[in-house]
Design a protein around this ligand. Structure first.
Ligand SMILES: C[S@@+](CC[C@H](N)C(=O)[O-])C[C@H]1O[C@@H](n2cnc3c(N)ncnc32)[C@H](O)[C@@H]1O
Length: 250
């Protein structure tokens, strides 16, 4: 039988979302230092001078790493997640950083509470590998996007190397990694993702790999088995592990 993904883990993180260095959430926090500016740049390229008007929805937003980041620049940003506890952390952080007020709503990515073609940007970061039916979620994201709107994603490739690094190495490296934080069968091959987007009237524009920087901070983290603040990621051309990209709604 296929293992069930452990999404309950997010309900119990509390402030650790933003503080833990011995928990896999610290890896996600390290990734967003690279992902968030990349996304913001793409938004600015596509929608210059529209900070006041564009509507952004971050699906499976967790504790708002991206939602709160975008709320620093954009007025109309909403984060949606199934975990009320995570949204409480996100809201507190939003107040603390004095960004524009982000809306946070508890909900299910399979049934987004937005009308057809009402949103300019939808983000699904580190999220598609957490649902059993990513095609249905992508179609739902596309439904709410206006034509010309952008769908951003980050997920993991399904192959032996991902199993070894993203699942097994992570369990060794980060001591508090719970069982089934990730499950291999929910990882998505880049070609499958292109097809799913195509089926949902989304045409993929760009896709890059995201992998750790192999430097002294990496070695220090390995040695301490803690994710140090300098631990970081870089965007590159290899889609072998995690990958980030975006598509445009036809
Ligand atoms: C790996 S976290 C990603 C959080 C955030 N996107 C980020 O990159 O920091 C996955 C999130 O998906 C949420 N989630 C899982 N299934 C969901 C669903 N069906 N609808 C909405 N959120 C869901 C979990 O509660 C969790 O916060």
């Amino acid at each position: 039988m296929k293992p069930k993904i452990n999404n309950d883990y997010y309900n119990h993180l509390g402030e650790s979302w933003y503080t833990a260095d011995n928990d896999p959430i610290a890896i996600l926090r390290a990734e967003q230092k690279t992902k968030n500016p990349w996304i913001e740049k793409k938004i600015k390229d596509h929608f210059p001078d529209s900070n006041e008007t564009i509507k952004i929805v971050d699906v499976g937003c967790g504790a708002g790493f991206l939602t709160n980041y975008l709320a620093m620049s954009y007025k109309n940003v909403t984060g949606l997640d199934a975990s009320q506890a995570s949204l409480d952390v996100a809201r507190n952080k939003n107040e603390a950083i004095k960004a524009h007020e982000a809306k946070y709503i508890v909900g299910d990515a399979y049934q987004l509470p937005f009308s057809n073609q009402s949103v300019d940007i939808v983000c699904a970061m580190d999220f598609l590998e957490h649902v059993e039916n990513p095609q249905k979620v992508i179609s739902e994201c596309s439904r709410i996007l206006k034509p010309g709107g952008i769908f951003f994603f980050h997920t993991f490739n399904r192959n032996f190397l991902s199993w070894l690094i993203v699942i097994k190495f992570m369990e060794w490296f980060v001591p508090n990694t719970p069982k089934n934080l990730h499950v291999l069968h929910l990882f998505i091959k880049p070609k499958e993702l292109i097809k799913m987007q195509f089926n949902a009237s989304l045409t993929q524009q760009e896709c890059f790999g995201l992998s750790p920087r192999f430097n002294t901070a990496f070695l220090k983290s390995l040695f301490l088995r803690r994710v140090t603040p300098e631990f970081g990621f870089k965007i590159n051309s290899s889609l072998a592990l995690g990958y980030i990209g975006y598509s445009i709604k036809n």
